[in-house]
Design a protein. Structure first.
Length: 256
């Protein structure tokens, strides 16, 4: 009875802070599993959050370098509001991040970010990395967003995860919010707190290597340009310690 009362009290506390009842909290939320996207026939190791509906997939070349193909897929809030993103480590503070959203329920905007904390809007950053969308695997409407992209120069130990770790299982991070973006037409749009869920997941990079990588990468379009005012990334981010003491989620991985 005491334990039940504590759980109920914690749920009321989260609700008072504006968190939805099914929020996935910080902690390790599961592991990736094999997944092939029917829209592109690209294969990934993919994390899927059963509570949030958020997923992130990653594909690497057989001989890893600094690039990967990513797949973001997540539900949106009212009238297409919200954003989803990934982090190169299980910590959102320091490493290279990416956020994506739709400004018009048709197109997708994405940008690289680097966060100093988990509460404030992380600024857009630039560096030796770039993103090239894969149009065949990118769609958006008022309820859902799918974004497939080639991330060139993104794997760097100075940004949290280097190619040397591509034969391991490493912890990466995810976040999802359903509130409207400020100035959504710009890649420097203002992100609200990831109120739907956030945390880490185990990415099995050893199983994310594919001989077809170069063929898939050739589907990517031109690199996107950051907004004016984007700042250079600060190397050395990516401390993967989970130091906030929150409980792990009981999220399940997808077996597709």
């Amino acid at each position: 009875m005491i334990a039940t009362a504590l759980v109920l009290a914690f749920g009321l506390f989260l609700a008072a802070l504006g968190f939805p009842a099914g929020i996935e909290r910080r902690g390790n939320n599961g592991a990736t599993a094999p997944f092939t996207d029917p829209a592109t026939n690209i294969s990934f190791q993919r994390f899927f959050g059963a509570k949030s509906g958020f997923s992130f997939g990653i594909a690497l070349p057989q001989t890893p370098n600094t690039s990967f193909i990513g797949l973001l897929d997540f539900p949106l809030g009212t009238n297409g509001a919200g954003w989803g993103g990934w982090s190169l480590t299980g910590d959102m503070e320091g490493p290279l991040l990416m956020a994506a959203w739709t400004p018009d329920s048709k197109t997708v905007v994405s940008s690289f970010r680097q966060a100093a904390n988990e509460d404030d809007n992380p600024p857009e950053v630039t560096g030796t990395f770039s993103v090239r969308p894969i149009a065949a695997g990118t769609t958006a409407n008022a309820t859902h967003l799918t974004y497939t992209f080639l991330c060139e120069g993104c794997l760097d130990a100075n940004f949290g995860l280097g190619a040397a770790s591509a034969s391991q299982t490493v912890e990466m991070g995810w976040a999802l919010g359903n509130k409207a973006i400020g100035n959504p037409g710009s890649s420097a749009g203002v992100l609200n707190f990831h109120n739907v869920g956030f945390g880490g997941f185990d990415a099995n990079l050893a199983q994310a290597k594919f001989a077809e990588f170069d063929t898939w990468a050739a589907m990517a379009g031109a690199p996107l340009t950051a907004a004016a005012g984007a700042r250079p990334i600060t190397p050395g981010g990516g401390d993967d310690d989970d130091d906030d003491g929150e409980d792990d989620s009981d999220d399940e991985e997808d077996d597709d």
